[in-house]
Structures are given as structure tokens and as C-alpha cells.
Design a protein around this ligand. Structure first.
Ligand code: JCE
Length: 232
């Protein structure tokens, strides 16, 4: 029944409470479609101070997440289920997350999401565990948690039963065969502060509406994301 189980490995599990209580995800969890388990990396430290970070060899600013508690946490979490799961680490130096990658990840039954802080993990975490390194975009966050929520959000909405109307995830920007941005949407009222809903949408002429929407998509893409038209 569970389509995807996420195990999130983090120093800040409390960051997820607001997001996990959000209606769409909450409903998916309550319906048993999605499971999200949080694990605090600090629980796998062996020293009495619970030290998870240390100063970088070679000097420089900031702190580095230690290899022992991180590897211990991943290995312990893997063993909690028969399927070891696909390990992902969120990092600004990973491959860029895009919809094809989200679709690939959504095929996994179990995803382990490793979230760093400070300057990131000791390189040996990556060398030993060989995770898939993923970045959600070309900017630097303070840690992997927000990035992991983005990944969970994008994967969960591809589970067919999660969105009530099955068509709406297919028709989104980046999900179709032509990679165009979505057309504009309108709902009531017909006029607000002199801004009227385009007449064509009220016409009931569905072939014309489709044509209009496609032209809208093309124009938006040219204006905001011309890089999408250059691809291939
Ligand atoms: C993270 C940091 C590297 C300095 C753990 C940032 C992902 N797309 C993304 N942007 N930022 C992240 C991300 C993910 C995990 C961590 N930092 C901060 N990273 C150099 C500072 C630490």
C-alpha cells in the first residue's frame, strides 16, 4: 500500500513538523500512501558530548559534519527495513534536480535523504556510501533540510492517488512532452479592477481555447525561460 517511504537523516528533525502537517502530504500519510520517518544524526554519536561536527583539516572557516555518526546513522536506518533504499544527499555541488530526475526517484520504494549542515559532510561520507548527490538549484542554502522537503514535495505529487484529479500533475509545466511553461489560469469574477478574463475562455469553443492556451505557453516560455526552447 505504501508507495514511497522516505527516511530523512538530519540534525534538525523539528524543521519538518510544519511541512509534514500540511494538508496534501498529511492526507497522503494518513491514507498510507507515503511514510516519512525522521532520524537525528546526533543520536548516532558515541562520545558523551554528542559531537557531530569538527574543524576542517587544512584550516578555513566553518565546521564539517563528522564521518562516524553519519555513516553509523545511514547504516542503522538502512537496516530498519528489508529494502536498503536509494541514498540521496542534498548538496549544492550535486546534479540539478529537474522533473525527469523527480520521475526517476518516484520509482523507488524507499528513499533515504541525507541532510547536511555547516560546510557539509566529510568527503569520506560520500566516498563510502556513494549516495546520489542532488542540488535543488544554483544557490546556497544553510542546510539540506529545505532541499529535502522540496524533493519530497515533488516526488509525492507524482504518486497517482495523492492528487485527487490525476490529470493535473500531467499537465503541469515540465511534465508534458513539450517542455513549455503553463498557460495562465482564471476563475471568477469575470472582471476585477478593470482586468477582464479573456473572452475566448468564456466562449465554450474548446479547440480555440486549446490553441489560445498553447500560444500563451509559447509566449510565456519565450519571455521567462527562453533556455527551455534552445534545448536539444
Ligand atoms: C548545504 C553549505 C556548501 C557552504 C549542507 C547546502 C543545496 N541546492 C542546494 N543549495 N544548497 C544546498 C545545501 C544542501 C546541504 C547543505 N550546506 C551549506 N554548503 C558550502 C555551505 C550545508
Amino acid at each position: 500500500m505504501i508507495r514511497v517511504r522516505f527516511d530523512v537523516l538530519t540534525l534538525f528533525p523539528e524543521m519538518y513538523s510544519g511541512y509534514l502537517g500540511q494538508s496534501l502530504l498529511r492526507r497522503a500519510i494518513d491514507r498510507g500512501l507515503v511514510d516519512v520517518q525522521l532520524h537525528n544524526i546526533r543520536d548516532w554519536t558515541r562520545d558523551k558530548h554528542g559531537m557531530v561536527d569538527d574543524r576542517p583539516y587544512g584550516g578555513g572557516p566553518g565546521m564539517v559534519l563528522k564521518v562516524e555518526p553519519t555513516v553509523a546513522c545511514v547504516e542503522a536506518v538502512r537496516k530498519m527495513k528489508e529494502t536498503p533504499g536509494h541514498l540521496v544527499v542534498l548538496t549544492p555541488s550535486g546534479q540539478r534536480l529537474n522533473q525527469p530526475l523527480v520521475e526517476k526517484l518516484s520509482q523507488q520504494q524507499r528513499l533515504l535523504l541525507l541532510c547536511g549542515r555547516y560546510e557539509g559532510f566529510d568527503q569520506r561520507v560520500i566516498d563510502i556510501l556513494q549516495p546520489e548527490e542532488i542540488s535543488i538549484g544554483d544557490y546556497v542554502l544553510n542546510g539540506g533540510e529545505v532541499a529535502s522537503m522540496v524533493l519530497i514535495d515533488a516526488v509525492v505529487r507524482l504518486i497517482p492517488e495523492v492528487l485527487g484529479d490525476e490529470r493535473s500533475s500531467q499537465e503541469d509545466s515540465f511534465s508534458g512532452t513539450d517542455r513549455l511553461l503553463e498557460h495562465a489560469h482564471y476563475t471568477r469574477p469575470r472582471e476585477f479592477r478593470g482586468h477582464r478574463v479573456p473572452e475566448i475562455l468564456l466562449s465554450g469553443n474548446h479547440p480555440e481555447i486549446s490553441r489560445w492556451r498553447h500560444e500563451q505557453s509559447l509566449r510565456r516560455t519565450q519571455q521567462n525561460r527562453s533556455d527551455l526552447l534552445d534545448e536539444d
